[in-house]
Ligand binder design. Structure first.
Ligand code: FES
Length: 115
């Protein structure tokens, strides 16, 4: 079965590198919502000092994953507990529900996401 809900906040791929903040803004073990143009969003996570970005959208019912609990590299949706690997977007709860992930680059302590 495919995704139950479509992510209307999913960024359109442009190949552009977008600066979104400083590394100090997102402590280890935490997530942050990154708002882009046209209402698009990604969820940015700091896993032990490494940064990862995925869609900010749980495909079960659309809850924003940046606000959910991160444990190691796994974010567990606060609403009903679906689990995703923030390092590659893989969904551990249901098949074919993996999320897009976006490359994150750190340059001079700035976080940049390749959309
Ligand atoms: S909305 Fe995420 S598990 Fe239900």
């Amino acid at each position: 079965m495919g995704k139950l809900y479509d992510n209307k906040r999913k960024p359109v791929r442009t190949g552009k590198k977008i600066a979104v903040g400083r590394t100090a803004d997102v402590p280890a073990g935490r997530g942050a919502t990154v708002k882009l143009k046209d209402g698009a969003e990604v969820a940015l996570f700091n896993v032990g000092g490494k940064f990862y970005a995925i869609e900010n959208f749980c495909p079960h019912k659309g809850y924003p994953l940046a606000d959910s609990r991160l444990s190691g590299g796994i974010v567990e949706c606060d609403l009903h507990g679906w689990r995703f690997d923030v390092r590659n977007g893989e969904c551990y709860t249901k098949k074919n529900c993996s999320l897009e992930n976006y490359e994150v680059l750190i340059e001079d302590e700035m976080i940049k996401i390749l959309i």
